[in-house]
Design a protein around this ligand. Sequence first.
Ligand SMILES: Cc1cc2nc3c(=O)[nH]c(=O)nc-3n(C[C@H](O)[C@H](O)[C@H](O)COP(=O)(O)OP(=O)(O)OC[C@H]3O[C@@H](n4cnc5c(N)ncnc54)[C@H](O)[C@@H]3O)c2cc1C
Length: 514
Amino acid sequence: MPTSPSEPAGPAPADLAIVGAGPAGLAAAVTAAGLGLRVTVLDTGERPGGQFYRQPAPGLGAARPQALHHAWPEFATREAALRAHESAGRITYLPLHHVWTVVPGPDASQDADGEAATHAAPEAHAQTAAPRTWTLHAIRGDEAQTTVHAAAVLLATGAYERQLPFPGWTLPGVVGAGGAQAMLKGGLVLPGRRVVVAGSGPLLLAVAGSLAAAGAAVPAVVEAAAYTAYAARTPVLLRNPGKLAEAAAYGAALARHRVRLLTRHAVTEAHGTARVEAVTIARLDRDWRPLPGTARRIPCDALAVGHGLVPQLELGTGLGCATRRSPDGTVALDLDAEQRTSVPGVWSAGETGGIGGAQLALVEGELAAHSIAAALRGTPAAAPGGPAVRHGARPGGRLPRLVRTRARLRAFADAMAAAHRPGPGWTGWLRDDAVACRCEEVPAGTIREAAAELGARDARTVKLLTRAGMGWCQGRMCGPAVAALAGEAPAPDRRPLSCPVPLRRLAELPPDAH
Ligand SMILES: Cc1cc2nc3c(=O)[nH]c(=O)nc-3n(C[C@H](O)[C@H](O)[C@H](O)COP(=O)(O)OP(=O)(O)OC[C@H]3O[C@@H](n4cnc5c(N)ncnc54)[C@H](O)[C@@H]3O)c2cc1C
């Protein structure tokens, strides 16, 4: 059903459109297809797997991509299922497709060729007051447009890295911690030979372990939080022995490669001319303020730095989905026990509901698929104490087990998020001349001036006065820093489009989609 004369027809209408083929989207797709739904999966990546199961580019001819991963079988079985469902016509998988907006409608009854856009039970829609269909607009690498229609939408768009700036962070050789991991998994390259890993969060341990195993020297992992923060959450830790074992494995790998772990320390400056040559690290107080007299240099030729992850929410907030503040200070979608957003007909799973890791994303994807199948068919769903549990889902069966696993892993994720939440003192290492917004090259001093002297009280006013956040990344990189300098917590994403789109694609939209 093209929406303009120049637009080629998209795939046939689906029951479920999934945005993202990471662990959450992939698990949801194969589960939903297994439950008999027609599924369309759109993903910006060339291969399924998302960030965690990022695979080497096909041209590199990697013989054993799994060597860079743990928990690979979890992915391999689902990828095989995806391919089988694709061959059978139950899943349409669209790689290299970036969904830039999702809009309600059109109503299935208005379908031009008279075909119902869904085989969902009509009473399901009446029950949830959901629109009859959703339209997803996606753009491919060659800027061609694809339009997908579906009865239900699952947002599984993952997260991006949180960067807290410091003097020298724009030098070549300074890369995101997750970015370093992506370079290694996707490009089979190291960011340098001697790489300091810094920031906050458990991802640092995984990154340092991978870099060291791949042959880099890692002089230190510099973690701003104190691991003693976990001690206050002992019951949650004890309910997650798998996570403790994972942490122990990371610790052992670091010890094997003689990598020092410095907690309550931060990189406060990167030095170099053509590229990074050394970093200054300093001890922090409990609010992440650098302690005077504790600074020292570590020579290196690369720095992998990240301060946790930020849920990627543009499509959800664009649809009006309610959000919540996570314990790490980031904003996540507010989801119920069945992964439903506050907008009927729209579900979400994985990092969009709060940073929690690949295992949780797999569980949530599967849970969402069961909930969606139940909603479209008007049959009982999966919530604890909800209809599925009351009407026959066996107490020891799959759904109650998924619900329990999700609750356990979410509790762990919340404990982790609280432990690594940035302390307010980190702006103390951000000198006035340090670039805060790298797209528009706005120094921290200009933002402080806007807040202190020009009366800016929020990131939006700072943006209007200084252009911070107005560049290519639209504040994804500098948003948390600009908000902190303006004295507020980061606000929910308010970006009407999730990626840059040629104007002609906007002009082609039917009037009611604008
Ligand atoms: C750079 C980076 C590296 C990471 N490395 C590790 C690691 O080494 N170890 C570890 O334990 N955890 C790592 N993580 C965290 C890990 O990615 C998550 O825990 C896990 O992958 C979550 O799964 P997900 O399905 O929610 O999201 P993801 O795996 O992030 O998958 C989301 C998918 O959605 C796609 N997408 C997003 N927006 C759109 C859109 N608008 N249209 C179409 N597709 C879209 C993305 O391309 C991606 O394929 C990393 C995170 C990041 C950001």
